[in-house]
Design a protein. Structure first.
Length: 486
């Protein structure tokens, strides 16, 4: 089986969030399965960071997509050795800033074209007109809105026989653009309608993928159900209901080579479930690094997140003074909502020995917060899957999460029964509001003070199999099902 994995980001080439982690780890995990007798390749825009990190790059073809001349460069992933196909066009992709926005955080005004070209080339690689004469995929896995037009191009223009899957990582981001992009995107106007890619008089890349892909997947079984409701469907719940038989929820795993406290290159000490003492040294070093009071007896609460309404972290600032009064410390890494950033920064200024606020992307610090903190806060209002709670389980840092999406599927609340049957791995907020979150954090702190019980909660989480192995098997089954069109 030949599989093309189309994505807008993939770690370690380039990363803005969880999509990159999945795009780096899932193809690798599938390629390592004994059951997988095939070849999986990653298609990605040739951002400057991607081109600089590819191993053994070589130009293999030239292609024109949506009027733009591009070169296809193949190379190897620096960690896994998987084949990558990068789309080189300096005008479209080699820019300062990030994959989606400029240095000031403003979306590129031509994102419709930039990711339209990505989708168009994905479709062409799956067609009889592919410039790669020796390699045509049997199946393409598209990821989120950035590749959502590929199944539409495949069905409406290329009449491709390659099967397609659209994976929805976050339904809230739908890739909606003005109808004036119809012509530049070379989309057939006849399909700019409800039974097509039209969405409230706009072109929606995500809706195109949902409508035209052969199968759909999303990143947890609970989220697969939630997105068929008005609460989490963001206006697409009706379409998703009609395609419910084609929708599969598969929980993400984590890359256990990259995220493993026993071998993590970012940590000053390594530890495991059997020898966890190194975690204390990391907490001590983290407190020192962040300018927090050096106190092993202070509960250290961690946050690594985009600071958005979705993540529920706007509930945290008002309760932090109460928690600080009772000895808590906070290590926060995140950026996004400027008002929320300012709230956390103001708390850091007010309580410099108890609060550390850090903005931007820091891979090293994120690993150390996950390892050095006592517990991890993730009260998302909705969460398709989430990866940080899985990192928390692996690192003996019990997560405090809300009852939604992949959080509900991966964290078991601590109570008398779950402690008795050894399933307790964290703390679950059933209703996302300030009062409930504060009660749950205090409940977690009370358990933390009971070192024997806390050690049991840590051990339960660290023993969980949250690698990509089982999820990769589920994806391979989905590939086979899609290819056979059952």
């Amino acid at each position: 089986m030949r599989v093309l994995f189309a994505t807008s980001e993939a770690y370690p080439l380039i990363k803005t969030g969880g999509l990159a982690d999945v795009s780096g780890a899932l193809p690798k995990a599938i390629s390592h399965l004994k059951q997988f007798k095939g070849d999986i390749r990653i298609l990605i825009p040739g951002y400057s960071a991607v081109l600089s990190k590819l191993k053994s790059p070589q130009t293999v073809a030239n292609i024109v997509a949506l009027g733009h001349a591009c070169s296809l460069i193949t190379g190897k992933m620096p960690d896994s050795g998987l084949t990558v196909i990068a789309i080189q066009n300096a005008h479209l992709y080699e820019r300062p800033g990030g994959p989606y926005s400029d240095e000031l955080g403003q979306d590129w005004v031509d994102n419709a074209l930039r990711f339209g070209v990505l989708s168009r080339i994905a479709s062409l690689l799956c067609s009889k007109n592919s410039p790669l004469l020796d390699w045509q995929p049997d199946l393409i896995q598209c990821n989120d809105w950035q590749t959502g037009l590929a199944p539409a191009y495949m069905k409406l223009i290329d009449k491709s026989t390659t099967k397609s899957i659209l994976s929805i990582h976050n339904l809230a981001f739908q890739g909606c653009f003005d109808a004036s992009w119809l012509k530049p995107l070379e989309l057939p106007a006849a399909h700019f309608q409800i039974n097509g890619f039209e969405y409230f008089k706009q072109i929606s890349f995500l809706k195109a993928g949902i409508f035209y892909a052969d199968k759909l997947s999303t990143v947890s079984p609970t989220y697969a159900q939630e997105i068929q409701t008005s609460k989490c469907g963001f206006g697409m719940e009706g379409l998703l209901k009609t395609r419910s038989s084609d929708l599969t929820g598969i929980v993400n795993g984590i890359d256990t080579q990259e995220w493993n406290p026993a071998s993590d290159v970012h940590l000053i000490k390594h530890y495991s479930n059997n020898r966890i003492t190194g975690k204390k040294a990391i907490k001590h070093a983290l407190q020192q690094q962040l300018g927090l009071q050096m106190d092993a007896n202070a509960p250290l609460l961690g946050v690594v997140s985009r600071l958005t309404y979705q993540k529920g972290l706007d509930l945290l600032p008002e309760m932090m003074p109460k928690l600080i009064k009772h000895g808590c410390q906070f290590a926060i890494l995140g950026s996004g909502d400027k008002v929320l950033e300012a709230h956390f920064s103001a708390l850091e200024e007010r309580y410099p020995a108890q609060v550390s606020m850090n903005t931007g992307y820091h891979e090293h610090l994120s690993h150390n917060i996950m390892a050095g903190c006592d517990m991890f806060i993730m009260p998302s209002r909705f969460e398709p899957c989430g990866l940080n709670q899985l990192y928390g389980l692996a690192y003996g840092t019990p997560p405090i999460v809300s009852l939604t999406g992949g959080l509900a599927d991966s964290v078991c609340d601590t109570n008398e029964m779950s402690l008795k049957n050894n399933t307790a791995t964290g703390f679950v907020v059933k209703n996302v509001n300030s009062a409930s979150l504060l009660v749950t954090i205090n409940r977690a702190i009370n358990y933390w003070k009971d070192k024997k019980t806390w050690r049991k909660i840590q051990s339960n989480g660290m023993q969980r199999d949250i690698s990509w192995d089982s999820s990769a098997i589920d994806y391979l089954a989905l590939y086979e099902k899609t290819r056979s069109n059952n």
